[in-house]
Design a protein around this ligand. Structure first.
Ligand SMILES: [Zn+2]
Ligand SMILES: [Zn+2]
Length: 340
């Protein structure tokens, strides 16, 4: 079965960490962090519907201008998430430019900005090109169960870790994955058709068992129709398996509280993208800089039960030694090295 989520680190291990997550067959993507995005072609940027910014240190947010430049006049909206102060930060970026003709741009571009506070309250504001990006505040909502974004097949959760400043770590979760059991479908005497998509969506949206599904299909004998309930079809023709989960954690320091936060948020992820800024030999320096060492990153991945771990955000001081840093992460993840 094809994967729904196709994650890609935009830059090499020494570049700004940016994770672009494409959706299979949807011409849409999510993006985590907004530093250097020059390597992403415009067609990939235009797919981005939601951007999750861990914190507004420059290496995680300066690509905002590139994104805006590409989407303006081409896209109708983007939702941006960030931590404390984020709405003001977006506002400042927007108002560093002169917009005397922007109201004429087609289509209208609306930036919906969501700012998660340490108290779990999400402040919301919108900025439209029609009004030269004047800030319009919307009602705040309270976060439930760490869920920042929720849609039919995917949700994104976020929690704060400490990086000398609050920084968000994210996990993107494909909800249950529904597979068609072709053999059981044949045993039922029906064929595939557009109705299967409707059934999958009903199952993912937790539709009631008695909700009707109109089966329509065509074979050599001609056109067929039949009505069955979601409850009847669910178990007969579909297998429900857990969806893919991807973690993204950068920047943070190695404190027990950060580790606990990540271990519970990222438990059992299929892949964890995690900063591995310094070698463990430089761990005092890492602590002063509020960053992890490679060994600490690997240990977090191991304690979270991550099924694989990918390093990012290596310090340029190890240029030419990326293999060494990555080997340290993998050894700690595999439990070969002693705990950090
Ligand atoms: Zn930072
Ligand atoms: Zn950084």
């Amino acid at each position: 079965m094809r994967q729904l989520l196709h994650p890609q680190l935009v830059n090499d291990a020494f570049g700004d960490p940016v994770l672009h997550v494409d959706f299979e067959g949807e011409r849409r993507a999510l993006m985590f962090d907004l530093g250097d995005i020059a390597k992403l072609p415009p067609r990939k940027l235009l797919r981005v519907s939601h951007v999750f910014v861990s914190h507004a240190h420059m290496d995680h947010f300066w690509g905002f201008d590139t994104l805006l430049r590409v989407v303006l006049g081409r896209k109708t909206g983007i939702v941006l998430f960030g931590g404390p102060g984020f709405i003001a930060q977006v506002n400042h970026k927007l108002h560093a430019y002169t917009w005397n003709v922007v109201q004429r741009y087609e289509p209208e571009l609306v930036l919906e900005v969501r700012e998660l506070g340490l108290d779990g309250v999400v402040q919301r504001a919108r900025f439209s090109s029609r009004t030269a990006f004047a800030r319009e505040d919307e009602t705040a909502v309270t976060l439930a169960d760490d869920v920042l974004h929720d849609e039919l097949r995917v949700r994104v959760r976020g929690r704060f870790v400490d990086h000398g400043t609050p920084c968000l770590a994210f996990v993107v979760e494909e909800k249950a994955r529904v597979k068609v059991a072709k053999d059981r479908l044949a045993a039922l005497g029906v064929s595939t058709g557009a109705w299967l998509r409707e059934l999958k969506q009903a199952v993912l949206a937790n539709a009631p068992d008695d909700a009707p599904i109109a089966l329509r299909w065509r074979d050599r004998a001609g056109e067929h129709t039949m009505t069955r309930s979601v409850g009847e079809l669910r178990t007969v023709v579909l297998d429900v398996v857990p969806g893919q989960r991807l973690g993204y954690a950068t920047d943070l320091c190695f404190t027990e509280s950060n580790v606990q936060t990540l271990v519970s948020l990222m438990a059992g992820v299929d892949r964890l993208y995690i900063e591995s800024v310094f070698l463990d030999a430089d761990r005092d320096h890492a602590l002063r800089k509020n960053h992890l060492t490679a060994r600490q990153a690997g240990e977090i991945a191991r304690r979270a039960g991550a099924r694989s771990v990918v390093s990012c955000h290596l310090s340029p001081r190890y240029e030419g030694r990326a293999t060494e840093v990555m080997a340290e992460v993998q050894a700690a993840w595999a439990g070969v090295a002693a705990p950090a």
